[in-house]
Design a protein around this ligand. Structure first.
Ligand code: AFD
Ligand code: MN
Ligand code: MN
Length: 403
């Protein structure tokens, strides 16, 4: 007998086809969607008040990749995992790469950590002390080597640099210092490598941040060279910021390199993407669906789940991204262009609402099934018993965390 999902899929595709939608083309796009998950999202995390450790959390980079492989198995679109150095430092990166490959995975963006050592109290690449800048630059160079060993072509950078008090340091000199360090790093990148640069308006520094916004990141990238591109982390914006507009501007400048997906109510909350504002995520994808045909954009999740089960939270995030993307693909672009030309404000808006309000879950389920993943990924993951199994196997030793 036909399952409820199959019936819903049949209804939906009939409805879409009657509207002239090329369902097969949309399914093809959905099959090629890719989302990278972060190794740090599988470890213990928390706020500055408390980390609630979870049972079965991976103890090292190998186990983090194993968990990421579970997300890929049930969603079918997450074959890569970003790593964070030194959190994921191992003796033999070749072995880590082989481990990933044995699970059908690969290692994606390499993220240096320039915010947890004593020396970085006044910043890393912007630090007034040249010896600290040297240390920070050396760490960035180490990450380029790691990237080479694990087969990654992305160096993804976020700087905690900033100041806490007016007068503490010179804005201009700090920017020069950053430029000098990053120029050295840029020059050391192999030809096929890209550098992605995040911005963030505040935290951990509260008076100023050295790369506070997309303009500061973009101009730094432009100074460095064309393989330096801006990375948009959804959590790194002030209230009311029109992120989809930033997407459009960076695309137009040819410098949108990637995303860190998450969601936030107030600041860098790291909540499950689309859990607070699914419409915003949809609007972001509306900007992207055309552009991504001609430019490479790396879609990554940057979420550290504090109280929810980590693998399930990651799966739900991926499903939310898949649904937002599917809805964006449903926008009737021809009609939208006509409505815009005709100045039909509400028709243009309603065309977006039409797509957004379509229940695409059966379509996504069908696509996942076709990929050999799961119709209902979270239920299937739960049934697999993986969480219980690793909770038993990983009893000894310390769960990985911010350490
Ligand atoms: C922190 C930052 C940032 C960055 C991540 C990895 O907020 O988003 O991408 O660390 O370095 O969470
Ligand atoms: Mn980020
Ligand atoms: Mn962040």
């Amino acid at each position: 007998m036909e399952s409820a999902t199959e019936r819903a899929y049949a209804h939906l595709t009939e409805f879409l086809a009657a509207r002239g939608v090329d369902v097969e083309a949309i399914e093809e796009r959905l099959r090629s969607q890719r989302v990278e998950t972060p190794s740090w999202g599988y470890g213990n995390s928390g706020t500055r008040f408390k980390v609630f450790p979870q049972l079965g959390v991976p103890r090292d980079a190998f186990e983090k990749i194993s968990d990421a492989a579970e997300v890929h198995q049930f969603t079918g679109i997450c074959p890569s995992v970003a790593i964070h150095i030194p959190w994921d430092r191992v003796d033999d990166y070749g072995e880590l790469k082989t481990h990933a490959e044995s699970l059908g995975m690969e290692i994606g963006a390499v993220n240096p950590n320039l915010f947890q050592e004593e020396e970085y109290r006044l910043g890393s690449v912007c630090n007034p002390d040249p010896a600290v800048r040297r240390k920070a630059t050396d760490h960035l160079l180490e990450c380029i080597e790691v990237a080479g060993e694990v087969g990654s072509d992305v160096l993804s950078l976020w700087f905690a640099d900033g100041t806490n008090y007016a007068g503490q340091d010179s804005f201009v000199e700090r920017r020069h210092r950053m430029h000098e360090c990053l120029s050295e790093v840029y020059a050391a990148m192999t030809e096929g490598m890209r550098m992605l640069l995040e911005y963030k308006p505040f935290e951990p520094a509260f008076y100023h941040t050295d790369l506070p916004d997309w303009g500061a990141a973009l101009t730094m990238c432009q100074k460095l060279g064309e393989r330096a591109e801006v990375l948009i982390d959804l959590g790194h914006h002030l209230q009311g910021t029109n992120i989809e507009h930033i997407v459009g501007m960076l695309l137009e400048e040819g410098r949108l390199g990637g995303f860190h997906f998450n969601n936030r109510k107030y600041a860098d909350d790291d909540l499950i993407v689309a859990s607070i504002n699914p419409f915003e995520l949809f609007l972001i994808y509306v900007e992207l669906v055309e552009a991504e045909e001609s430019t490479r954009i790396d879609y990554m999740i940057d979420q550290a789940h504090n109280i929810e089960p980590k693998i399930e939270a990651m799966i739900l995030s991926v499903m939310n991204l898949q649904e937002a993307y599917a809805k964006a693909l449903l926008v009737d672009r021809t009609k939208l262009a006509e409505a815009r030309r005709a100045g039909d404000v509400l028709l243009a808006h309603r065309l977006l609402l039409d797509a957004y309000n379509t229940d695409v879950r059966p379509l996504c389920a069908q696509v996942r099934e076709g990929l050999g993943a799961a119709v209902d990924p979270i239920a299937t993951f739960r049934e697999s018993g993986y969480a219980q199994r690793v909770a038993g196997e990983r009893r000894e030793g310390l769960g990985a965390g911010w350490g």
